[in-house]
Design a protein around this ligand. Structure first.
Ligand SMILES: Nc1ncnc2c1ncn2[C@@H]1O[C@H](COP(=O)(O)OP(=O)(O)O)[C@@H](O)[C@H]1O
Ligand SMILES: [Mg+2]
Length: 125
């Protein structure tokens, strides 16, 4: 599954990812991949990858980094700053846009695939 996380610096993309990991039972450290570009996690045999493409200057860097293989039916990939690899990333199942509103945040969710639509349906109930 692929999730895109959009929103300005400080919108809460890393915090949301940390929440997802905590929700899945991961108790270890969750640090921002701003410098490493990707942080891998293994949770109950599931491979989850947290990307931050903020430092990309050119979408071609995504190809050069060899990240394409991380996106497959066996993995979960959360991508901060997907816009930085515009047109090269796989279509996201869910695109989460975070908007700062005072002390809180508004999350706008949209589905890009049938699987994503099913997730939104589940969230609604
Ligand atoms: N939902 C939220 N409500 C209030 N504050 C938040 C929320 N999400 C994140 N923050 C705060 O915003 C700051 C930046 O969050 P971070 O997740 O690093 O942003 P990003 O990864 O989008 O740059 C942190 O201090 C964090 O505590
Ligand atoms: Mg971040």
């Amino acid at each position: 599954m692929t999730l895109w996380l959009s929103g300005q610096l400080g919108a809460g993309k890393t915090t949301l990812t940390r929440g997802v990991l905590r929700g899945m039972g991961y108790t270890g450290k969750v640090k921002s991949p701003t410098y490493t570009l990707v942080e891998p996690y293994v949770i109950s045999g599931l491979n989850l990858y947290h990307f931050d493409l903020y430092r990309f200057n050119d979408p071609e860097e995504w190809l050069a980094a060899g990240f394409r293989d991380y996106f497959n039916p066996e993995t979960v990939c959360l991508v901060e700053w997907p816009e930085k690899a515009a047109g090269l990333l796989p279509v996201p199942d869910l695109h989460i846009r975070l908007i700062v509103e005072g002390e809180g945040r508004v999350a706008v969710l949209s589905a890009g695939t049938e699987q994503g639509k099913r997730c939104l349906e589940l969230l609604r109930h």
